[in-house]
Design a protein around this ligand. Structure first.
Ligand code: ZN
Length: 159
């Protein structure tokens, strides 16, 4: 039986192995994408994968399930804050470290907020108090539901 490696999002970490059939099912359900394929081989409409890579949602879910923590990512912070700037309320496209990283601020949920480009530029390497900018939210670790409320089906990739 051909086995296919399942890699974490980003492809840097091997999580486990699954059967070819299982891997094709993951591609079909779009919970994974082909990382490396067997040259010239196909399985229905899909290239035969040597390895597949989890999509980001499952990576997040996997870390949450194994550690009970959600990894703090740029995309996660934006989703948690609903793409609203924590300083002015306009559409946010960047993430601001409340205590700047240059000052020892950590890349954690409680130190990261969504911010629009203008506010992020204006605040620069200062605290909100120093920059005289009012932080409109109290950043904290979200739940999985906060990040992915639209996802109601419970895809399991463990065997
Ligand atoms: Zn702003």
């Amino acid at each position: 039986m051909t086995e296919v490696l399942v890699l974490n999002a980003g492809g840097g970490q091997v999580l486990h192995k699954v059967s070819l059939k299982h891997a094709i099912g993951m591609l079909y359900r779009q919970v994974a994408r082909v990382h490396e394929s067997v040259p010239g081989a196909t399985f229905g409409p899909y290239p035969v994968p040597r390895s597949v890579e989890l999509v980001r949602y499952l990576y997040t879910k996997w870390v949450w399930e194994t550690s009970g923590r959600l990894p703090c990512t740029r995309q996660g912070v934006l989703r948690r804050d609903k793409y609203r700037c924590a300083y002015c309320g306009r559409r946010a496209t960047t993430v601001d470290h409340v205590l700047p990283r240059s000052r020892g601020g950590k890349n954690t949920w409680s130190n990261c907020v969504a911010a629009c480009f203008a506010c992020n530029q204006k605040k620069a390497d200062r605290t909100p108090a120093e920059a005289r900018m009012r932080l409109d939210v109290t950043p904290q670790e979200p739940t999985l539901d906060d990040l992915w409320p639209q996802d109601s089906n419970d895809e399991q990739e463990g065997d």
